[in-house]
Design a protein around this ligand. Structure first.
Ligand code: CAA
Length: 390
């Protein structure tokens, strides 16, 4: 019995800052951002959008297509939590009008959370094949202004429906895992911006990749060339290029040509390059990007996935693209959403960044910006108020 991703949908805010604009403002050569870290634009959520509205907007097309019946598990992965007690999954459950018979929780392990969700969901669905699970990764990547992390900010969400006999990607059961208690990137409860030891985080990412691949290869007997396309956690696209070059050397003693690098990972980078880091969603944004862009039909081909969450947790796993998977993608909607975005000026970006969230317990209605079908209408007596607008 196959278990895996039946449908996958991606959402990113309607506003972005061009990294050429940021480079000019910071007095940096724009090539450092576009070539050195490999990013062009970073998505900026307006004040009436948060992880819950992004998650709802990502999940909306899936529910429009298949309805809500038998969704008995809702897992919300995020490292941009909005409440210390109530799970973002409960807000999402309400907004999406999911069945009352549903197990809904929030998961956290930096950018790895959605991968934990995916595998927990696959196990739950395999045990009870009649049920479906909805997994969402939704995050806002936020670093201090003028810090090295600033150009790697971004925002977005990915929703995945996990079922038996999936139409998009059947998961292989074997995975390579690596856990180690390290301080490469973290965000204490009293801070809105992440702290990071940037170069160290890159080294740990690559070390975790090697450990995870070693286990995955031993468990499956698969070699580097048994995988047709590779997806990586994407803090920025250059990181995936470094990772793939490293893996080819480590796993196959191979120096990749530029053409091989482009064939094997190029399509998976296209969305991230224009949204920035989406933390828990980013690996699955990469998978969506690959499936939406691949000129070749990948049906029956194996896709390798490396998930990394600082702190740190790594996992190497794979799946096989299903026959006719292209008929079940939301490619047209993704393209329309990305093509319709509005560029911000530097001043608008900094104004939104500095806005802050009302904490006085009063009643605050939020101005309406362009969002997906759900928005954060305001806050009243410390309670977030959401609304559906389309
Ligand atoms: N033209 C072309 N390239 C240029 C250039 C120019 N004018 N100027 C610099 N570059 C290159 C540099 O040579 C460098 O490339 P290499 O890494 O190949 O040497 C690259 O641009 C970046 O330059 P710096 O190393 O000087 O950059 P920095 O010190 O300002 O910061 C960073 C880079 C550490 C990634 C920083 O953006 C950061 O801290 N980001 C957040 C942390 C992060 O994303 N870590 C990734 C692993 S952890 C993870 O994956 C979890 C997560 O999501 C956060």
């Amino acid at each position: 019995m196959n278990v895996g991703i039946d449908l996958i949908s991606f959402y990113t805010p309607q506003y972005f800052l061009g990294l050429n604009v940021l480079a000019q403002e910071r007095g940096v050569d724009p090539d450092k951002f576009t070539i050195g870290i490999g990013q062009e634009k970073m998505a900026i959520p307006p004040p009436d959008e948060d992880i819950v509205t992004m998650a709802a907007s990502a999940a909306h097309p899936i529910l429009e297509k298949v309805g809500r019946e038998n969704i008995e598990l809702l897992l919300f992965a995020t490292e941009s939590g909005i409440d210390q007690s109530k799970a973002a999954a409960m807000f999402l459950h309400g907004l999406l009008k999911l069945p009352a018979r549903c197990r809904a929780v929030e998961l956290k392990q930096a950018c790895y959370g959605a991968t934990a969700g995916l595998h927990l969901a696959a196990a739950a669905v395999a045990a009870r094949p009649g049920i479906k699970a909805l997994i969402v990764g939704s995050d806002i990547a936020r670093y201090d202004l003028r810090s090295p992390g600033e150009p790697t900010q971004g925002a977005g969400a990915v929703a995945m429906l996990v079922t038996v006999n999936p139409r998009v990607l059947a998961l292989d059961p074997e995975t390579g895992l690596y856990a180690e208690d390290v301080m490469d990137f973290w965000r204490p409860n009293y801070r809105d911006e992440a702290l990071v030891d940037g170069k160290y985080s890159m080294r740990i990412y690559l070390a975790a990749l090697e450990e995870c691949w070693k286990q995955y290869a031993a468990l499956t007997g698969r070699k580097f060339h048994d995988i047709a396309r590779y997806c990586y956690h994407l803090p920025f696209t250059r990181m995936a290029e470094k990772a793939h070059i490293r893996l080819a050397k480590f796993a196959a003693l191979k120096e990749l040509t530029g053409e091989e690098l482009e064939t094997e990972i190029g399509d998976s980078l296209r969305y991230n390059r224009i949204t920035g880091n989406t933390y828990s969603a980013s690996l699955y944004e990469g998978l969506t990007s690959l499936l939406d862009h691949a000129a070749e039909d990948l049906s029956g081909q194996r896709i390798g996935l490396f998930s990394y969450g600082s702190g740190c947790m790594g996992e190497y796993f794979s799946g096989v693209a299903q026959p006719d998977y292209r008929q079940h993608l939301f490619t047209t909607a993704h393209r329309a959403m990305l093509d319709g975005r509005t560029a911000l000026t530097y001043r608008q970006y900094e104004d939104i960044f500095q806005l802050g969230f009302p904490t006085d317990g009063g009643d605050h209605a939020f101005a309406q910006y362009r969002t997906g079908p759900y928005r954060l209408a305001g806050v009243s007596q410390h309670k977030r108020l959401y609304e559906r607008i389309a």
